[in-house]
Write a protein that binds this ligand. Structure first.
Ligand code: ADP
Ligand code: MG
Length: 618
């Protein structure tokens, strides 16, 4: 026995009531965006239907054209928008258009209070449908699900606290929205105005949008057009519709190829790495189509993870249509698409670096960390990524960055290694005692000043046959060390000073020795030869709460006036608190320069007493 379905009245959830109240009374100038939101819902519904048809043989009306229709009526002051999409059942109407737990509604209201523009944010919080109440006195949504057994229902609302549901008559599947326009929104019952709004906001919706007999959206998927025919303007507009990012992208990458797999792709590098608060793209990933059917809105398997900042669309005729969202991942064609896209992206970046170094500099400033992450985490891309790297160096002008090719291009004749120095910033690097020797020999040293650089090192290994070598390591093979100059501290005094360093610093260090590598600096700290992984130490200092200062070797410069003076003082004076203070301070200065000092402020007391001694000495 079937009971006749009865009309019913349902109350909105509190946050939706509040939202409606604002929308109904709003005088926003950009009200036209309601059409974008409704068309986007219709397009979603059509995409979902298409997908449903791939996996389910029984949908209502399988022959009906997948389309969106706009029907304005000037006399009646109404606008009707219909689609042949997946439709909604009675319960879905209640759920989707009224009772769903909308945390989005509150978030949306909050962002309005914070001064955000309605048009920028409404689509973002899953409340886009309600924007229709900016222009509507009354809205009637009649929908019939594509499930053959479902009946049609109408949802009616006048923008107040409740909505009504009534059984309806509708032969085909899909949704029809009849909008009774407010008096001051009569413009949306005019064909020319609708056409204008569609062009502006919904031009690339892939289903036809009919207005009378005419299709009003441009529709042709831009990514299927030959690369040469994609104008800057069209691409810019496409990017904006895709992301709602108002900043122009840094780079556009178009791909249209048949081998080794068929691929159409239109990708963008956004100007900023973090999507804007109101980006339409809610997750990382590219839109994946197969034969014009949207397979996945956020496909993360098309590019390696470190290239997750790219936005855009990929389509392939080679992907089987019945590939489900779950099996996309394990599909062999996907692997080939991924390889081809990765290659293309890296090549395009290299091309940018060659053609427009300034713009590449902008790219590097924003996305350098992603490329370094790739080096550390993706062995397959490693060699391809090295040409993209840029670093400050001991020979680069301030603010200028050097590529590995440039570095190798100016190697000293006897040089077989690429030298780098880890430091907290360029200034610290430039003042490092490890540079003494390299300066003297005019050997260039790259500065690795990004905390990520320590991680990246694991993937760096070699470039064009030259291995990477830390300039702070005790031994370097570029050239013989400088001959000891005259004026070094006398041997006996120096031996005593070394012994004093050892007793004073005790367990904190592993060894003290004289060094030939130092020129202008009195002392440096180097990692013991057997220490593993010491290049991560500075990172540990930043992230570990109870960071223990690692043990280092102390190297002294016997030719430096300070070391000579200390040695002489020790020889003259025996137990001298000043000598001990100086040793402590020299050691801690070393820690500071290495980025290993856990608490530099602690040094101030000792520095004061050393100053006092210096000032009072006559
Ligand atoms: P969002 O589109 O972000 O989910 P909306 O407020 O625009 O949020 O729409 C709410 C929900 O209503 C949609 O997720 C969808 O389930 C349903 N819906 C809206 N319009 C249609 C339509 N034309 N056909 C089918 N379902 C729809
Ligand atoms: Mg929507």
């Amino acid at each position: 026995m079937t009971s006749t379905p009865a009309p019913e009245t349902v109350a909105f959830r509190a946050e939706i009531r509040q939202l409606l109240d604002i929308l109904v009374h709003s005088l926003y100038t950009d009200r036209e965006i309601f059409l974008r939101e409704l068309i986007s819902n219709a397009s979603d519904a059509l995409h979902r239907l298409q997908f449903e048809m791939l996996t389910n043989a029984h949908v209502l009306d399988p022959e009906a054209e997948l389309a969106i229709r706009l029907t304005p009526d000037k006399e009646a002051r109404t606008l009707t928008l219909s689609d042949t999409g997946i439709g909604m059942t009675h319960d879905e109407l209640v759920e989707n258009l009224g009772t769903i737990a909308h945390s989005g509604a509150s978030a949306f209201l909050k962002s309005l209070q914070e001064g955000q523009k309605m048009a920028d944010v409404i689509g973002r919080f899953g409340v886009g449908f309600y924007s229709v109440f900016m222009v509507a006195e009354e809205v009637r949504v009649t929908s019939r699900s594509s499930r053959p057994e479902a009946g049609a229902w109408t949802w009616i609302c006048r923008g107040d606290d409740t909505f009504q549901l009534e059984p309806a008559e509708r032969a085909g599947r899909g949704t029809e929205i009849v909008i009774k326009l407010k008096e001051d929104a009569a413009e949306f019952a005019e064909g020319y105005r609708l056409e204008q709004v569609v062009h502006k906001h919904s031009d690339f919706v892939s289903f036809p949008i009919y207005l009378g007999e005419k299709t009003v959206n441009r529709r042709t998927p831009l990514w299927r057009q030959p690369r040469s025919e994609i104008t800057d303007e069209a691409a810019g507009e496409f990017y904006k519709q895709l992301t709602l990012d108002f900043q122009a992208p840094l780079l556009r990458i178009a791909m249209n190829t048949d081998s080794p797999v068929q691929i159409y792709a239109l990708l963008f590098v956004p100007a900023k790495a973090e999507p804007g608060m109101f980006s339409l793209r809610k997750e990382a990933g590219l839109k994946l189509y197969s034969r014009k059917v949207l397979i996945q809105e956020y496909c993360k398997d098309l590019l390696p993870n470190y290239l997750r900042f790219l936005q855009g669309v990929v389509e392939s005729e080679d992907l089987p249509l019945n590939v489900s969202r779950e099996t996309v991942q394990s599909n062999k064609v996907m692997e080939r698409i991924k390889n081809a896209l990765t290659h293309k992206v890296i090549e395009s970046l290299k091309e940018l670096a060659a053609k427009d170094p300034e713009k590449y500099g902008q790219f590097w400033a924003v996305y350098g960390p992603f490329i370094k992450e790739g080096l550390a985490t993706d062995p397959a891309s490693r060699d391809k990524l090295k040409p993209l790297l840029r670093f400050p160096s001991s020979q680069a002008a301030e603010g200028e960055l050097v590529s590995l090719a440039q570095y190798v291009g100016r190697l000293r004749p006897e040089q077989r290694e690429i030298y780098y120095l880890l430091a907290d910033d360029v200034r610290t690097a430039a003042g490092s005692p490890h540079l003494d020797y390299f300066r003297q020999q005019t050997i260039e040293v790259l500065f690795f000043t990004d905390p990520l650089d320590s991680f990246m090192l694991s993937g760096l290994q070699a470039y064009e046959g030259f291995t990477f070598k830390n300039a702070a390591d005790a031994e370097v093979s570029a050239a013989p060390p400088p001959a000891p100059e005259a004026g070094a501290a006398p041997a006996a005094e120096l031996t005593d000073l070394i012994a004093r360093f050892k007793t004073q610093l005790g367990e904190r260090i592993t060894e003290v020795r004289a060094s030939e590598r130092l020129v202008g600096s009195p002392l440096r700290l180097v990692a013991p030869a057997d220490s593993r992984d010491h290049e991560m130490d500075r990172v540990r200092r930043l992230i570990e709460k109870d960071f223990a200062v690692p043990k280092r070797v102390v190297e002294l410069n016997p030719r430096h006036a300070l070391i000579q003076g200390l040695a002489a003082r020790l020889a003259a004076g025996g137990q001298d608190a000043l000598v001990n203070d100086a040793i402590e301070q020299l050691y801690e200065n070393g820690l500071l320069l290495e980025g290993l000092h856990p608490n530099p402020a602690q040094m101030v007391g000792r520095i004061h007493s050393l100053l006092e001694a210096a000032v009072n000495r006559r």
